[in-house]
Design a protein around this ligand. Structure first.
Ligand SMILES: [Zn+2]
Ligand SMILES: [Zn+2]
Length: 71
């Protein structure tokens, strides 16, 4: 169901908690389940790490196709 507004972790809606949107996966989450990194709120540590890996040009490629270039 598109547009469902509730915390992905605890299921609280906007009337019960202040919901935010993850900059990485666009899931909604409440303040209790937010993970802040670099001034942005994320739904989880994993999303925070992926977001900054994607932005960091020095990070090793995570794409499964990246290694094909060598053969
Ligand atoms: Zn929550
Ligand atoms: Zn997320």
């Amino acid at each position: 169901m598109a547009g469902e507004v509730k915390c992905r972790t605890c299921g609280k809606g906007p009337t019960e908690a202040r919901l935010m949107i993850c900059a990485m996966c666009h899931s909604r989450f409440c303040g209790e389940h937010s993970y802040r990194r670099g001034g942005k709120p994320f739904c989880s540590k994993r999303c925070a790490e992926e977001f900054f890996l994607a932005e960091d040009p020095d990070a090793p490629p995570t794409s499964p196709w990246a290694e094909d270039d060598e053969s």
